[in-house]
Each structure stands twice: as C-alpha cells, then as structure tokens.
Write a protein that binds this ligand. Sequence first.
Ligand code: BV8
Length: 253
Amino acid sequence: MSEVEPRAETIDALRGSRRVAALTGAGISAESGLETFRGKGGIWEKYDFNKLATLEGFLEDPCLVWSWYDERRLGIYNSGPNMAHEALAELEARADEFALITQNIDGYHREAGSRNVIELHGNIWRARCMGGCQTIEFREVPLSTVPPLCKRCGELLRPDVVWFGEPLPTDAIDRGLAAAAACDLMLVVGTSGTVQPAASIPVYAKRSGAYVLEVNTEPTPLSKLADDSVYGKAGDVLPALLEMARGRCGHDG
Ligand code: BV8
C-alpha cells in the first residue's frame, strides 16, 4: 500500500465534522472483486450499455439483461463488503449525522453496518413487476427462471435498478441533495464522477460550504473540486484515514 498522505485539514475535518455525507461508486466494491464500469477492463468496455442498462435494451431482450444481472448477483452473493465499506460504517457511528449516498446496487453498505443508506440507482436484490404490482424482493441466487415472472400477475419482472434515461427515485435524489447541502464533510469514494445526477452531489456539498475529500485510485473530473484527493485503494485509504483521525498513528495534524 502506498503511503496515505492527506492534508492536515483533512484530518481536522475527519476529527471535527459532526454532519458527514459520503457518495460512493463502483470503485468502493472493487476490492470485493466486483467489476467497475469505466476505465481499463471496465464493464462498459466489454458490453454495450444500451443493451444492458436501458429500458429499451431490456424490452428487446429481457433474457440477456436478466442473465447479466443474475451473473452480477451471483458475484455479489459470493463475496461481501470490504474494509472500505466497514470504515464508512464506523464513520457513521462516530458522527452526529451521517448519510451514505451510493450509486451502487450491491447492498454492501447495509451489509457492512451502514444504516442511513440512500440508494440512488436501486438495488440488485429487488425485482419490480412491469405490470405495476408492488416491488418483490428476490434473494434466490441464481434465479430459478430467466426472465422471472411476477407471482401475482404473471407479468415480466425487471431489476429494481435505475437505467440510463430513467429518472432516479425522487425520494433518493431529494434525500441525497439535502444531505449534501447540510453536511460539513463530504467524502467521494470510488466514483468516476461521470454519471448524472449523482456526480452533481459533491458539487452541491462544496457550494454549501462542505469540505470535500476524494478517495480514488486516480484523478477524476471531481478532483479539481475536492479540497483534498487521497489516491489509493479505498480499502487501504479509508481505514488509514480513520486511524489518523483517531490520532493513533502517522499524522501530526
Ligand atoms: C437521468 C444501472 C433523466 C445500475 C447505471 C443521453 C440520454 C439519456 C440520459 C443521458 C444522456 N446523456 C447524459 C445522460 C444522463 C445519464 C448520464 O449521466 N450519462 C453519462 C454516462 C454521460 N444519466 C442518466 O441517464 C440517469 N438518469 O438522467 O434521467 C430523466 C429525468 C426525468 C425523466 C426521464 C429521465 C440515470 C443514471 C443511472 C444509470 N445506471 N447503472 C447498475 O446496473 O449498476 S450507471 C452506472 O454508473 C452504475 O450505476 C454506477 O454506479 C454508475 C456510476 O459509475 P461509478 O460508480 O462512478 O463507477 P465507474 O466504474 O465509472 O468508476 C469507478 C471509479 O472507482 C473510478 O474512478 C476508479 O478509478 C475508481 N476505483 C477503482 N478501484 C478503486 C477505485 N477507487 C478506490 N478504490 C479502489 N479500489
């Protein structure tokens, strides 16, 4: 692990902030073995998102889309949260107010102990009836039939996730923006900052006066907005930053 070298102000912000928010992306689950979407070897380098992550693509071939999501569900089921998820859960326990705003659909933040989790893009463990019935929870892995049909009305079920061109759940984006506007410290972890409206959340926090800390393996479009960017794997960086904020090692800030 390369040396974690935050600014002194970052440790002060971690120690002193009472209202904290975090925006996470696929990179926080990378050390759990889950693929990210962009960058070298990313999902969108191998697959066409129009075919797999749009309603039109799903309606054209529900089998293909459900097979892809079922394969991802199996990977998620066979792995689990990593030290980065756990570090954010610990941070929540220490803050007066904490909101974890995630673009991820893997459910790992709740599994790691985070409580106030805002899922902007839905959850891979839920399926929604295309015929308008209530959302149905699916824990079985792999699915018994692909594509699954609604037990209540026989209509096609879809993954309860947000695809490109679809609006985010109003409640989720409203809560995410409210948390960004209210926080003293915004952590931005493992996201390329390219998908809207999620990528605007750190901008909102910054405009509202928050200290913005980015944790990523490389610079992103959000790096210039951040007050500090600590480059490295989130599973290494976040626990190290929490150690420093506890004053136990390293930092003399
Ligand atoms: C909307 C589904 C409006 C769930 C996803 C043209 C037509 C239609 C829409 C648009 C358009 N042009 C622009 C748009 C808007 C579009 C958009 O932003 N497109 C971008 C790509 C240009 N947005 C939308 O369509 C959104 N909806 O705008 O609706 C509307 C309003 C009213 C009425 C109708 C419509 C919907 C966006 C959601 C799309 N769904 N996925 C799923 O299957 O998972 S997107 C997909 O990208 C995932 O959700 C993912 O979470 C998200 C963001 O990606 P990241 O999480 O950032 O992941 P990425 O791989 O990109 O980056 C990983 C990062 O981690 C990297 O920086 C890497 O360096 C870092 N990293 C890697 N390893 C580590 C690490 N960091 C730390 N530690 C490590 N170990």
